[in-house]
Write a protein that binds this ligand. Structure first.
Ligand code: KG4
Ligand code: ZN
Length: 334
């Protein structure tokens, strides 16, 4: 089967092509326009998607060596995400499906992240535990089987990536903040300062807004000289506090569910210190650990295509009435 998958849920315009189950093209166009605003501006994101969707799809087809007529099935992210951004991808795929009478499926973006360790089919098989950490989500999921998910816990306020982005802004770093904080933290000492990790009564839940506020108050109280002297230590201590919160809850979940593996997905999964902390946790608990390749951590269409192949092979088809669902949750996927 020759499959074209599209992902436009936020600020990444992505298209992937699969041929006979193997990834033949994976194109991602990141919208640079949001950098100057320090975060994604929804209206600008959807307008940019309208402009880039055809060139990105054409490039993916060219890399795969295919003509548009050779595509046999389609897949698209239909939620959660920004309504305007989702509409561009969903409308494009529905129009192509209607014109060419092709089968297509709608994929939950979060489910796509769960498949991101399996793009090349060398990832774990359920049951496994996954922590999705991105700009919009921080979710601990027990994958009982593909398509059957138990959301154990999630963030009650900011997502982990959002916390990285906000703290980066406080420290005068550019968007997206995750890679910038990680680089700065490498030059700092995480033990010179300490920021609080929220203690939540709800099991497996996260909260990062208090941590962000603690960094803000700390920075505000400093003189400009102290600020520049402490910048790297602040980045390191913040990153350390966030990683401690993520690993602590993940360890609790490993004790609570019979997981055959542990996976880390989403943009924040690119973070090397987080990866190292998870390596330690996995080794201590004797579970195999899987990370997506960095290119499949941040938003991409290859993970959407892999999830779609699972559903298409199970005989599932979407109707042309498929509408974007900005607040789609994981348990309501199917
Ligand atoms: O998965 P993603 O591309 O988009 C969403 O679905 O949200 O994740 C983007 C997020 C941003 O908040 C970015 O700051 C964060 O992932 N990120 C990182 C790193 N690389 C990207 N956070 C920490 N360390 C990194 N190396
Ligand atoms: Zn994402």
């Amino acid at each position: 089967m020759r499959l074209l998958a599209i992902e436009t849920s936020c600020d990444e315009m992505a298209a992937a092509v699969f041929v006979d189950g193997g990834l033949a093209a994976n194109v991602i166009a990141t919208q640079e326009i949001h950098r100057q605003y320090g975060g994604v501006v929804p209206e600008l994101a959807s307008r940019a998607h309208v402009k880039s969707i055809l060139p990105v799809v054409q490039k993916a087809l060219q890399i795969a060596g295919l003509q548009p007529e050779q595509i046999e099935a389609l897949a698209v992210t239909y939620g959660p995400g920004l309504i305007g951004s989702l509409l561009v991808g969903v409308s494009f795929v529905k129009a192509m499906a209607a014109a060419r009478r092709l089968p297509f499926v709608g994929i939950n973006h979060l489910e796509g992240h769960l498949f991101s360790t399996n793009v090349h089919e060398d990832g774990p098989e359920p049951p496994f535990l996954s922590l999705i950490v991105s700009g919009g989500h921080t979710i601990l999921v027990y994958v009982k089987a593909w398509g059957r998910y138990e959301v154990l816990g999630q963030t009650q306020d900011d997502a982990a990536g959002e916390a990285f982005d906000k703290v980066a802004k406080i420290l005068g770093l550019t968007y997206p903040g995750g890679p910038a904080i990680e680089a700065l933290a490498r030059q700092g000492n995480a033990n010179r300062l300490s920021f609080p990790v929220a203690r939540l009564s709800e099991p497996f839940s996260f909260s990062f807004s208090g941590l962000k506020t603690a960094v803000l108050y700390h920075v505000r109280a400093l003189t400009p000289e102290e600020r520049s002297a402490q910048r790297a230590d602040i980045a390191a201590a913040f990153q350390q506090a966030l990683i401690t919160a993520l690993t602590k809850r993940t360890v609790e979940a490993l004790h609570a569910r019979p997981a055959r593996a542990l996976t880390l997905a989403g943009g924040v999964a690119c973070n090397q210190s987080l990866r190292n902390a998870f390596k330690t946790v996995a080794a201590q608990h004797g579970v195999p650990l899987f990370f997506p390749e960095p290119i499949f951590c941040t938003d991409n269409a290859a993970m959407i295509g892999r999830a779609a192949l699972f559903y298409l092979q199970s005989g599932e088809r979407a109707a042309l009435s498929l509408a974007p669902q900005p607040s789609l949750t994981l348990s309501s996927t199917r």
